[in-house]
Design a protein around this ligand. Structure first.
Ligand code: TUI
Length: 311
């Protein structure tokens, strides 16, 4: 299942590993790239030196291309934006904002720029400012989400732009890949399923919570802040929901959110930590290597797409 994205980025399989703040490090990204996909290191809100070290580690672990995601709400975004140029990173994806002000610098370093977009208008704007492709991310995703579902967002973005479109949100098996291709996508981005990868260094309690998840176990919290985040339900998400119900001041949301992701990812606190995961968590049932995940997903997709659909 080659597509123009494979040629553009010199990868074997048209799959990106979604950047997950505090989780997607050199270990996960290099394993995905080694397996033929595009591994992506998450900048998140981390200090630039931490991200630079992960980039250097990934360069040791794989000679294949990998990317860095820049979370544009981060105070360190400017520094990470420069660092990727210095380190010769080949691909940058962006999230939670518009990367226009970095575009010229990245282009002059030969970096392929692929922003995440939650709507057609933002997709068109990103392409006008020089994006090489866009990731159309549906609200099924984990973490910071938009409003539209993958099913409605992807075909509309495909119709609106000429550049390749990567579908994200709710994709964790070959059925999801096949569906995304039917919607016109050139590639897919997968986050949640990679949480269960052997090479994913997230705390085992976080992994187990994903493996135990049922269909209705995620919830979007923090809408009043303007940065809604999808997480697995727990004591912390219930506290957020209570704040929303009583229309608490925004400072109370901020206080509750501080350090919550690290609590889950590093300490394994599944009660009061923020366990970001997508709605598709429920179909993630086993721990596997990145290579097994990718080859299994594409074998399934290829079988589906070659099926005789006359019923
Ligand atoms: O960025 C994500 N997912 C994330 S970021 C993150 S860390 C975080 N922590 C606390 C609060 C907020 C974030 C966890 N998960 N996905 C990509 C994404 N980008 N989703 C939505 C957008 C987006 C939204 C608006 C992209 C562009 C955009 O444009 C706004 C504009 O100004 O044009």
């Amino acid at each position: 299942m080659k597509s123009r994205i494979c040629e553009l980025l010199e990868i074997e399989y048209p799959i990106f590993q979604g950047a997950m703040a505090r989780i997607s490090d050199a270990s996960l990204a290099s394993a995905v790239s080694e397996a033929g996909g595009l591994g992506i290191i998450a900048g998140g809100t981390a200090p630039v030196d931490y991200v630079r070290t992960e980039v250097r580690k990934a360069k040791e672990l794989t000679k294949k291309p990998f990317g860095v995601n820049i979370m544009l709400l981060s105070e360190n975004a400017d520094e990470i934006a420069k660092m990727v140029c210095e380190e010769g990173v080949k691909v940058v994806t962006t999230g939670a904002g518009a990367p226009g002000k970095y575009m010229e610098m990245w282009k002059s370093h030969g970096i392929k720029v692929i922003p995440v977009v939650p709507s057609v208008a933002i997709a068109k704007r990103m392409v006008r400012s020089g994006a090489d492709a866009v990731i159309a991310e549906g609200t099924e995703s984990g973490g910071h989400v938009g409003e539209l579902t993958t099913m409605v967002l992807v075909p509309q973005v495909v119709d609106a732009v000429e550049v390749p479109v990567i579908a994200a949100g709710g994709i964790a098996d070959g059925r999801g890949i096949a569906a995304a291709f039917m919607l016109g996508a050139d590639a897919i981005q997968v986050g949640t399923r990679f949480l269960s990868a052997h090479e994913c260094t997230v705390h085992q309690n976080y992994k187990q919570k994903v493996l135990n998840a049922k269909d209705i176990d995620t919830v979007v919290t923090g809408r009043p802040t303007g940065h809604p985040v999808r997480v697995l339900k727990n004591k912390l998400s219930r506290q957020f929901t209570e704040l929303e119900a009583k229309a608490a001041p925004l400072e109370e949301f901020e206080t509750l959110g501080i350090g919550a992701l690290a609590k889950a990812v590093v300490e394994g606190d599944i009660n009061y930590g923020s366990i970001m995961a997508g709605q598709i968590a429920a179909i993630v049932k086993k721990e596997q290597s990145c290579k097994e995940i990718i080859t299994e997903m594409f074998a399934e997709a290829e079988q589906l797409l070659s099926k005789n659909w006359n019923r």
